[in-house]
Design a protein around this ligand. Sequence first.
Ligand code: NAD
Length: 722
Amino acid sequence: MIEAIQFELGDDGILLATLDLPGRPMNVLNDITSAAIERMVQRVETDPAVLGLVLSSGKKDFLAGADLEGIRDIASAQQAFDLSMVMKRQLRRLEKSGKPAVAVIHGMCFGGGLELTLACHHRIAVDGARLGTPEVKLGLLPGGGGTQRLPRLVGMQTAMPLLCEGGEVRADKALAIGLVHALAPSREAAIAQARAWCGAHPKAQQPWDAPKFRYPGGDSRSPAVAQMLAIAPAMAAAKSWNNYPAITHVMSSVFEGGLVDFDTALLIESRYFAACVVSPESRNLLNTLWFQLNAIKKGASRPKGVPAGKVGKLGILGAGMMGAGIAYVSAKAGIEVVLLDTTQAAADQGKAHSQNLLDKALKRGRGSAEQRDALLARITPTTSHDALAGCDLVIEAVFEDRAVKAEVTKMAEAKIGERAVFASNTSTLPITGLAAASSRPARFIGLHFFSPVDRMPLVEIIVGRDTSNETLARGFDYVLQIGKTPIVVNDSRGFYTSRVFGTYVMEGLAMLAEGVHPRSIEVAGLQAGMPMPPLALQDEVSLSLALHVAEQTKKDLAAAGQASFEHPGLAVVRRMCEIGRLGRKVGQGFYDWPAADGKGGTGGTGGTGEKALWPGLTTMFPLAPQQPAQRELIDRLMFAQANEAARCWQEGVLRSVADANVGSILGWGFAPFHGGVLQFINAMGATRFVARSRELAARHGERFAPAAVVVTQAETGGRFAD
Ligand code: NAD
């Protein structure tokens, strides 16, 4: 039998139980752990030699959470309910055994791991431990008693944000809020403290099993809590637009659980847990942000058979916004960076970006001055191409201009070794065309970063016509090396992310041209689950840039003898550009951006400092007498993206469904609860997607005509699958 827990009974009668799931780097809750917990509880209950229990982990972390494969396989609400009751009954028996149980927590202690420790009578956290209930981020709720024990321990007001936002707390904060009882400098010291605690408390009981138990800060009936609970759903909805039912389920479980006895409360929690598990939102989130994301990180899109590569020295051409950001994230990963620009001042300014970020972090108590200095010492700002000698990889981030890019490619290639890879960070220019300037196009690739580089988790890797598998593998390994998520796509205009993202913004602008109220458009974007509404986004990106790209594309297509389609949204961009409302960078676009420097946000005029929709918009684009329903607007925004992604699939721009989904969420914030842009179609079903697309096409134009690939799926019962 595989044993997930090792037992050691000390002379003091304390049973030391060490969680150590064989063959896994981390402890997780699964059938094997569950069986081991059952044996542990039984032994505490029945073995007279056992006077108390100390539970700790033999791995680097305590326990990461439930095994999500088990959750994915759940087929019905009843099954979910039963599964959660199994663990609850075990934990209930442990805390009611009459013998003391102490948890020693080190490293990560999340989800089911935290719930396990909450059923112990005493918790000791080792310095650096991190505790939390992240379930809500995957559309779930803690189903092992977490929504009942946590509020009874720390109070509803403290528990609610932890449960609803899925954040984590460090050991010292956990002590401050009463989540743990003591801290220890090491696991060994904590175990010694735990033994002593057991000795001193031979008959332990949970607070909620004491006859006079009261919630700290009051229960669901107390006026202060009732007031908080009355506004909490509205506050959550203001952020989530009611797209995440798990948040309301958590609140309901906490609130209703606070009206009844503890054992009934556990049943209530299991019902809400079941509702979460079978919700489409949690299925979508798990599918993409867990299984597909993990598959990507394990190299699903990386060519097989190429040995793992590592970049020791990186050259960056262009120390502007993007180059400076790439330098920072690379130096942070321990890579030597040569940051090259046309003047020393520009190169130095690029390096100063890292200094700024590090100084800010230091002020917030993150990192040390030594770490900052070591990172900065790895960045060499220069104007000399000779410094590129010995680079394993060079990334160009110069102006978006073919001639400039061709020139820097040639100059760099003259200095770097035969095996070095050359990458372009272009956002719009096809890679195969840029590779024409290269003397070794097989070693030429696109590495498309997103701005701001230090915060955006995705890099879109673009494979040109001649890019070799080895080059792709090395690009892929570099992206993982700097801690980002790579998706791999084939070359085409706008690649994948910019092309699909563009349809969202353009659809919003088309609505404006039709006379839809700008406020309705913006709200529709947020209701759809997008992080930013279309008009605000266009202001951020800049209207002049959008126009420049559109015109460049038109010229390129004309030169290639191809017709170009003009999106109705583009006319809006033109008119706004004509009157100089170019977006946030000039302080005015669809919005007025109050601060004089165009950065908006703080200070500013009018007392609020907040951006506000430009009142002139409705004069320039008069309102239609009849305004459409919000559902129509939301569907337009979402179907435009999904249909374009389906076209990318059918044209072979996309190479994997996982890359499409993960790229859409991490790249441009496609509503996560849909599980990504192709999962949007999968979850709805091709038949419904095609039918609704045709309705939209009839009303709003041929651009909504469903992609042929989805029409075929509807006819044959297919779906997007890797
Ligand atoms: P930027 O204007 O901030 O920086 C470009 C830098 O390149 C400048 O510092 C300039 O001095 C330098 N440069 C110009 N010619 C050079 C040469 N011959 N040799 C060395 N350096 C030279 O531009 P950016 O926003 O950082 O964009 C750079 C590239 O990244 C562009 O191709 C752009 O399309 C792409 N990109 C931009 C974004 C974005 O959000 N800004 C996102 C993804 C990709």
